[in-house]
Design a protein around this ligand. Structure first.
Ligand SMILES: [Zn+2]
Ligand SMILES: [Zn+2]
Length: 696
């Protein structure tokens, strides 16, 4: 189709707002001319930064001379053409094009079903199979969007809209950037893109994201996420809501994962009276009904019967998560038959049994073998062929990339196990490997939003180099984010294109989202947030989980380092409100200012969270020292710090109360989460006070 119109093969580099054509190749009727093209600048000026973030080897764009007028002064004779029997994503692609072109220019482009093309048409079609990607071609009379998959056609449409200046950074109207223009003009070009990962996935965790699930489905598809993990929602919830969500998910060919820490539910605890042998034996040799069960008992048959019925009710799910209890240790069986087996071994026995049931019920689906906390080590034994590796290194260091040789924690604690797991699954269960990251984890990050400018793209490049097919990210926090977490934007971008340039992506985001006048200030602001957070969320080389509230660093030297890190992060943040004020002063009233005000509120939360961290790290350190006999001065200072810690927790609780409309459904969870910090502090204070009064 391209040959009919003639295509120049002109590589371009966008530099300082104009196009340099570096190489031209003449075909057909065209005459090659090398120009420092001003046509692009025309479009760029009217529609800010009309170039997407095309940096990777999997993104190729060739621009030729000439331009196509899609809309002129609000009028257009262009049509959007769908083939008969167009797939769901192709149909949605056409609808999205019509919707956003109308939003930009008020011009109406009709959507027409036609087999044979004519002039002034945007043709949308796709192939089957392959990896998500597309060819987007703009010629004088025709724009074609050819998806390498049906989803690829939808992403091609979004690329065209990005070329016209649209962006999507968060759910809702404020989260999207839609320019206003009377005319739309595009340079003649061919763009080819192909995803770095077969599947790009976000786990939507915690119930309140499901209050606006339609918007999240829409937004994540716009970020080219093709796999959604519905986490922690019950079977009943899904059965009662899927009629509403499935059409939206299917229109985007979204791959679905479903489940959570639900394994113990399939061995009902009421059976304990009749069959104590089904249950776990603890360290003391007692059978107890808390947590999981004995995998070398009749419990396995009970489990298999339970999951059979469960799987049968979920035919639309591709990946199942039937995980054991969420524990760092002590959840598995110590009976004579199990004693020699590690938690990872016992978990594998249970998962192989569940996988055996899944195979005939849903042969296309597979089941997660979660390697996480106590099951993080490679198991002995072969995983069933329909198990997939769900690698979730929760306590890894996020300051450094997973393969960064400078990071002892990742290198020593995670590297060897990861290699072994990778080898094990490549051999016995080659179906797939899911690499799960905690890039947008409000629990790990203390409700802060670290951008992770270096780690996220470096991880993506590493996992792509190993051929990991599914790259995933957890999205969780106890509130509405209010301002887009840049790590979510960057994750989606690097999962699509692992060669993404994070600096360019950040600059682009700041320019588009906060406006040109504030872009420089905001880019610098995010870099400083990143610097502060990188210090705080470094897990290197502390032993044990490093960020959860009850787990301050264990070794004294590391505790001191962490206290210093928290104080340094706090100091960096102290300068940030002034920077945001400066950005606000420069921004015109309206959306840019509203977005900046929201980011200012997030910055306030960062400050409160850091104040709490400083009190916690030092207060708990001194408190435990005092309890261990270090003396009165430590104890008195600890009491003071822990009291302050409780005050900061109260202030954080009050922070969310300022936005009752947006946060009202989340407030109970928010309050109970931060109150648990206060409880930890108060308990330690009590012990310190007892110690001090005994010494009197
Ligand atoms: Zn046992
Ligand atoms: Zn590290």
């Amino acid at each position: 189709m391209q040959a009919a119109f003639g295509v120049y093969d002109c590589r371009f580099h966008l530099q300082d707002g104009f196009v340099k054509i570096l190489k031209t190749k003449l075909t057909n009727w065209a005459v090659a001319v090398v120009v420092a093209a001003s046509f692009w600048a025309v479009v760029v000026e009217r529609l800010p930064a009309a170039v997407g973030d095309l940096t990777g080897a999997n993104s190729r764009r060739e621009v030729s001379l000439g331009q196509t007028d899609l809309v002129t002064e609000g009028k257009s004779d262009w049509k959007i053409i769908l083939r008969p029997n167009a797939t769901g994503p192709e149909t949605l692609a056409a609808q999205e094009l019509a919707k956003y072109i109308r939003a930009i220019t008020q011009a109406e482009l009709p959507i027409i079903n036609a087999a044979s093309p004519g002039p002034h048409e945007i043709m949308v079609d796709s192939a089957e199979g392959g990896r998500d990607g597309f060819d987007l071609t703009v010629t004088r009379d025709r724009i074609t969007i050819h998806g390498h998959t049906p989803r690829g056609a939808l992403y091609g449409a979004y690329q065209l809209l990005e070329d016209l200046g649209c962006r999507w950074y968060y759910i809702g109207q404020l989260g999207e950037v839609v320019p206003m223009a009377a005319s739309l003009r595009l340079p003649h070009q061919t763009t080819t893109q192909s995803a770095s990962f077969r599947e790009r996935s976000v786990m939507v965790a915690y119930p309140f994201y499901y209050d606006r699930f339609e918007e999240w489905i829409d937004f994540l598809a716009k970020r080219r996420i093709n796999n959604l993990v519905i986490y922690g929602q019950s079977l009943d919830w899904w059965k009662s809501t899927r009629a509403r969500y499935l059409p939206l998910l299917q229109a985007r060919n979204m791959i679905l994962e479903f489940g959570g820490h639900i394994l113990p539910n399939f061995v009902p605890r009421q059976l304990f009276e009749l069959h104590p042998e089904y249950f776990r034996m603890n360290e003391k040799g007692e059978r107890v009904k808390e947590h999981n069960f004995c995998p070398n008992s009749g419990a396995l048959e009970v489990l298999k019967n339970g999951v059979r019925e469960y799987f049968a009710q979920l035919p639309e799910i591709t990946y199942f998560h039937v995980w054991a209890d969420d524990l760092t240790d002590g959840g598995w069986c110590r009976c004579p038959k199990c004693r020699a087996l590690s938690p990872a071994d016992q978990n594998l026995i249970a998962m192989n049994a569940v996988a055996e049931v899944l195979a005939p019920v849903n042969p296309q689906a597979s089941l997660a073998l979660l390697t996480y906390h106590d099951t993080g080590k490679p198991p002995n034994g072969a995983p069933a062929t329909n198990l997939f590796l769900f690698h979730a290194p929760r306590e890894r260091c996020y300051r450094h990339a997973f393969n960064d040789p400078a990071c002892r924690r990742n290198r020593e604690e995670y590297g060897p196990d990861w290699q072994d797991l990778h080898a094990l699954f490549s051999k016995t269960a080659p179906r797939t490997i899911h690499e799960f990251g905690y890039y947008t984890d409000g629990l790990l990050d203390r409700e802060m939003q670290p951008p992770q400018l270096e780690t996220i793209p470096a991880d993506a490049r590493y996992f792509r180099s190993l051929g990991v097919p599914v790259h995933q990210n957890l999205m969780v926090c106890f509130r509405d984010w209010r301002s887009p977490p840049f790590s979510l934007v960057l994750f989606a971008q690097s999962a699509w294109d692992a060669d993404v340039n994070a600096d360019a992506a950040l600059e682009n985001f700041c320019r588009q989202y906060y406006g040109a006048a504030s872009a420089g200030t905001m880019t610098d602001y995010y870099r400083k947030v990143d610097e502060a957070c990188a210090r705080l969320f470094s897990g290197d080389p502390i032993t044990g989980p490093y960020i959860d509230m009850t787990w301050p660093p264990l070794e004294p030297a590391m505790r001191k380092a962490k206290i210093a890190d928290a104080q340094a992060a706090k100091k960096i943040h102290q300068a940030l409100p002034a920077q945001l004020e400066q950005a606000l002063k420069a921004a015109p009233a309206g959306r840019f200012a509203e977005r900046l005000r929201r980011e200012r509120e997030v910055c306030e939360l960062h400050q409160l969270s850091l104040e709490l961290a400083c009190c916690q790290f030092e207060g708990q350190f001194l408190g435990w020292q005092c309890v261990g006999g270090s003396g009165r001065a430590d104890g008195l200072r600890a009491v003071e710090l822990l009291t302050d810690g409780c005050t900061w927790a109260d202030k954080i609780i009050a922070w969310a109360g300022r936005f009752p409309e947006e946060q009202k459904n989340y407030l109970p969870g928010w309050e109970s989460y931060w109150s648990s910090y206060s409880k930890v502090f108060t308990d330690l204070q009590k012990r310190v006070r007892e110690k001090l009064s005994n010494e009197k």
